[in-house]
Design a protein around this ligand. Structure first.
Ligand code: FEO
Length: 176
């Protein structure tokens, strides 16, 4: 069984992953309202991915016999955002998640908690991929600003990416 302190920190991460899911659901909704179906589907795929991350942590904690105390999930930002702002907010958020995961690894190493350290390595790798993907999309979007031709190109691309994720079964049951 892991320490009480480690369990609390991991429970906080579970909450952060659920917030991430909630955050991307809000962005998916906003994109759909703006008639950007591909971008909406991509954020929906991210919503399901974050749910899966949360459940990975949940099952790990249950396997470690932790009595999880679930906490309230913060509401996502409600203000209007351009697509560029949505992607910028996404990258900023993923960087915060990366920092939180790194802090958890640091703590696991301090405690010599090898099981939690090994468990967290999947998340370390996942964060590299997530930041890289968002950074690449953002880079291309910045070339266009929020001009319609750029938005349509990104909308098409993200729609294809979301469909691929859905086919792979990684994007949850209700894409499309
Ligand atoms: Fe689960 Fe995107 O961090």
């Amino acid at each position: 069984m892991i320490s009480k302190d480690m369990a609390t920190r991991m429970s906080n991460q579970l909450n952060m992953e659920l917030y991430s899911a909630y955050f991307y659901l809000a962005l998916s909704s906003r994109a759909e309202t703006g008639s950007l179906k591909g971008i909406s589907d991509w954020f929906m795929a991210k919503h399901f991915e974050e749910q899966a991350h949360a459940m990975k942590i949940y099952h790990y904690l249950k396997d470690q016999d932790v009595d999880i105390q679930l906490q309230a999930i913060t509401a996502p930002p409600a203000e209007e955002m351009s697509v560029l702002q949505m992607l910028e907010a996404t990258l900023e958020h993923e960087r915060e998640v990366t920092k939180a995961i790194n802090d958890l690894v640091d703590h696991a190493l301090t405690e010599k908690d090898h099981a939690t350290n090994i468990f967290l390595q999947w998340f370390v790798t996942e964060q590299i991929e997530e930041e890289a993907t968002v950074g690449e999309i953002l880079g291309r979007l910045r070339l266009f600003g929020d001009k319609p031709e750029g938005l349509l190109m990104i909308d098409n691309e993200l729609g294809v990416m979301a469909a691929t994720l859905a086919q792979a079964g990684a994007a949850g049951p209700s894409i499309g």
